[in-house]
Design a protein around this ligand. Structure first.
Ligand SMILES: Cc1ncc(COP(=O)(O)O)c(C=O)c1O
Length: 451
């Protein structure tokens, strides 16, 4: 049987273009890639790898040959920049204090300080914190909390979303890639379509009407299933699609009416990515905010949830029984990252650089018919490539070509859903970095695109 590798999450690691790219790498890099492929268990989207890195610094990654790339992906850990010196200093200081770990039933100053700081910067009304090692586990905790406090067990989440690996996280995620072949997943997990104004199936342009039709999918489930515990979503999708305020207000109202917890996964969007501390601030306050990635400062893995005081009712249960639950080293990294973002006004920078990029991208859109749509907020941007502006047929081959062309020009980006170029650089980038992105894209479009 032919194996089909999904392109929903990104470019695949077996393609003609990948082979062509790999063919140009130097001999030592090729040797290391082969050695990596010899030891690691192969899986789509990672092994075999694309290249070997020797350094990650600021907004850049450097390959084994020393070539630097402005990284527009960074797996979302790099909001304050890779290898941030202030975060490194905080972690070293923590290590030198001989307090890198606290066994269960103990706490430490860094853990308390980080929890307090998160409560200060998250939307008002979110007053209770629980940490864990990674984002997938944080999603598991959020769903477990919703089940425990509501006494219900079903969920509604969105097609095409990604919420991590693991039983509950990959069930509520909307990509078959992460759950097919594993037998029965979590029961009672319903999926609906995320609102999409550019690609709505009805060909409508009136946002309110479009919202109404998408929300109807949720209402139908709610009328038939009184035991929904949670609605789980990224407030802005990873693609990104930015829903209207009206959409999230209506969902908030439905959650309140039916006693459902609204869980916002801001593992990507948190910590200034969209120009505010949290994307929730553009919309509504969730019952549970899920955080990760940048929370570990790009140095250590760390994640967690922030929720309402009224859900602090689990004295008889443990939904986040993790070895590194209150890890002081990870907390020190998180605290230093938040302080760095605040001190260097990276929220403002994210908003400003994002606006500048959108202006420049709009000029490219006028020039190249391959660009169908530009979407996003702050430095969470996506460019939807189409073969035809009317039919909006996804330009998948072209997107992959553009990605490899950009690498030639020192810009690393990721393709999602086969045809959307996603751009999520570090929030420390300046205008010169933005110009580098636009220059690389221009060169790539001149080669691949149609003017
Ligand atoms: C939106 C979202 N949720 C959850 C996760 C899972 O986080 P982790 O990889 O830390 O388990 C990711 C990771 O990419 C993500 O992007």
């Amino acid at each position: 049987m032919a194996i089909i590798i999904s392109t929903e999450q990104g470019d695949v690691n077996k393609s003609e273009l990948r082979d062509r790219y790999s063919g140009k790498l130097d001999i030592e890099t090729k040797r290391l890639i082969d050695e990596d492929a010899k030891y690691f268990l192969h899986q789509a989207l990672s092994t075999p790898v694309m290249n070997v890195l020797s350094k990650t610094q600021g907004a850049y990654i450097f390959d084994h040959s020393g070539k630097g790339y402005l990284d527009l992906h960074g797996n979302g850990v790099h909001n304050a920049g890779f290898s941030n010196p202030e975060v490194i200093a905080a972690v070293i200081e923590q290590l030198q204090e001989h307090l890198a770990f606290t066994p269960r039933r103990y706490t430490s100053l860094p853990a308390i300080n980080l929890a307090r700081r998160l409560i200060e910067i998250t939307p008002p009304g979110l007053d209770r914190v629980l940490f864990c090692p990674g984002g997938s586990e944080a999603i598991e905790m959020a769903i477990a909390l919703a089940k425990q406090v509501t006494g219900r067990w079903k969920t509604i989440s969105y097609w095409d979303s990604y919420h991590g690996n693991g039983f509950q996280a990959s069930t509520v995620g909307g990509e078959e890639h992460f759950s097919n072949g594993q037998g029965p997943m979590m029961p009672g997990a319903f999926h609906v379509e995320f609102p999409n104004y550019y690609r709505n199936p009805w060909g409508l342009t009136d946002e309110e009407k479009i919202d109404e039709l998408y929300i109807r999918q949720i209402e139908i489930i709610l009328q038939r299933h009184p035991d929904i515990a949670a609605i789980i979503a990224e407030p802005i999708s990873a693609t990104p699609v930015v829903p209207s305020l009206n959409y999230w207000q209506k969902i908030r109202t439905l959650c309140d009416r039916y006693g459902i917890l609204l869980i916002y996964d801001e593992i990507i969007e948190g910590f200034g990515r969209t120009g505010k501390w949290f994307a929730s601030e553009y919309f509504v306050t969730p019952d549970v905010l899920v955080l990760g990635k940048t929370l570990g400062g790009g140095l250590v893995p760390f994640a967690g949830i922030v929720t309402k005081d009224k859900y602090n009712v689990l004295q008889h249960r443990s939904i986040g029984h993790f070895t590194h639950e209150k890890n002081p080293l990870c907390s020190a990294a998180g605290l230093a990252t938040i302080n760095y973002i605040e001190k260097n006004k990276l929220l403002d920078n994210s908003a400003k650089m994002g606006e500048y990029l959108v202006e420049e991208l709009t000029q490219l859109k006028d020039r190249f018919s391959l660009i169908g749509n530009i979407a996003g907020k702050g430095l969470h941007l996506g460019v939807d490539l189409v073969r035809d502006k009317k039919t909006k047929e996804r330009a998948t081959n072209e997107a992959e070509q553009i990605m490899y062309e950009c690498l030639e020009h020192g810009v690393a980006l990721k393709v999602i859903e086969g045809n959307i170029l996603t751009m999520r650089p570090s929030l420390i980038i300046d205008k010169e970095d933005c110009d580098k992105i636009i220059h690389a894209l221009t060169k790539a479009f001149e080669k691949v695109g149609r003017e």
